[in-house]
Design a protein around this ligand. Structure first.
Ligand code: GMT
Length: 375
């Protein structure tokens, strides 16, 4: 197939899933065309089947808000026509699904019908979608897509609850490439961070409010009272400076390292003993899956789709959003006993294998074929 992929080219979960999916499809012999405003962060390799088409928006003084959606729609028309694409797969509803709809209408004037698959990732529904400003457009563009997928049952249900959806929504969970995400021998790195054999706790995110990164610091401050440990905070975003201040206020700043954005996440996860994800809302929790693939148990909130990934009492624990004491208690329970920690680590990897790319990729391929057959 010739597949067009539209996504945010950033480190965010939806962009990562879209890029990894495109790379895997290209590996399977499909021709994959990314249409975005920047080279996707993880599109870092050469393949004869991978193409990147930049969307550039002219910034005339007249435009207070450069019309990205129109530029994207025009670029999609161009790429579909000249590369003869079979299908468009857009990740994140706003504004990708509506831009794809516009492109589809324009392409019909050239006698071309391009089927559009929209994948919902979470914040497009739970945060942005609920903002009434966008509701009519999101509802319309989901209903006008030829196929719609959501990354968890929970997100599927939320979408049906918040919007008047007539289309079927297929749940296709996120996936992990176990060839990249696996336990790497990084003992020298571990020794440098935890020279006295302290336990290493990790959090990775974009430090947005929804991630409750301040809870990570508070949970850690309680853990470190009982268990000698270090905290690695990976990523960057609006909450970072507040977290740095909080680490100082709670007197744990010597034990906390803020590493900023990192490419080789799997190397950091490989030296870690526990992953913390206290999010307010999380449609799936890709970062937790990446940790589990590297044998790291997860203590998380029970928000959104997290219970579909993290199995309470087996791969980690789930607690109510904001239950800092509960999350700290469960973290200590996992870390205090070496044999117990090993069992949780083994269980985390076993669970991650369910989401192996090799299992999920054929589901997407079959879904494309199903959509193509319908039109
Ligand atoms: O979590 C974020 O802030 C990034 C966001 C995105 O839209 O890129 O992630 C969402 O999509 C990921 C991939 O499907 C999911 O794993 C995340 O759980 C989801 N984030 C939220 O629902 C808050």
């Amino acid at each position: 197939m010739k597949i067009g992929i539209v996504c945010y080219p950033t480190f965010g979960g939806s962009g990562v899933v879209a890029t990894e999916l495109g790379k895997a499809l290209a590996d399977r012999g499909h021709q994959v065309h990314f249409v975005t405003y920047n080279q996707p962060a993880r599109l870092d390799l050469f393949s004869e089947n991978l193409f990147y088409h930049e969307v550039s928006v002219s910034n005339y003084p007249l435009f207070d808000f450069p019309p990205y959606e129109l530029a994207l729609a025009s670029r999609l028309v161009d790429v579909v026509r000249f590369e003869k694409l079979d299908i468009l797969h857009v990740h994140y509803a706003i504004p990708h699904a509506s831009a794809a709809f516009m492109a589809k209408q324009i392409l019909m004037t050239y006698g071309i019908y391009i089927p559009v698959v929209t994948t919902l990732h979470g914040t497009d529904i739970t945060l942005v979608g609920k903002d009434r400003t966008f509701k009519p457009v999101v509802t319309f563009s989901i209903n006008k897509s030829d196929g719609v997928t959501a990354v968890s049952e929970h997100l599927r249900n939320d979408t049906y609850n918040f919007f008047e959806i007539e289309n079927d929504i297929r749940v296709i969970p996120n996936f992990i490439d176990l060839k990249r995400f696996n336990l790497k021998a990084k003992d020298h790195f571990k020794k440098a961070i935890a020279p006295s054999g302290e336990k290493i706790i990790v959090h990775t995110s974009n430090f947005r409010k929804v991630k409750r990164t301040h809870d990570v610091i508070r949970i850690f401050a309680k853990i470190v009272e009982k268990i000698p440990s270090k905290l690695l905070m990976v990523g960057d975003g609006v909450e970072r400076s507040y977290c740095e201040q909080l680490a100082r206020d709670l007197n744990v700043c010597d034990e906390v390292r803020f590493l900023g954005k990192q490419d080789a996440i799997e190397e950091i996860l490989s030296v870690s003993d526990l992953f913390l994800m206290p999010s307010e809302s999380e449609s799936f929790g890709l970062a937790a899956l990446e940790a589990m693939a590297c044998k790291v148990p997860v203590v998380s909130s029970n928000a959104g789709g997290l219970p579909e990934l993290n199995v309470d009492g087996e791969t980690g624990f789930l607690k109510d959003v904001g239950d800092v004491a509960g999350m700290a208690e469960k973290s200590i329970y996992i870390l205090e006993d070496a044999e117990r920690l090993q069992t949780f680590k083994d269980n985390a990897l076993a669970r991650a294998k369910v989401f192996d790319l090799a299992n999920i990729l054929p589901i997407y391929e079959n879904y494309y074929l199903e959509v193509l057959e319908k039109v």
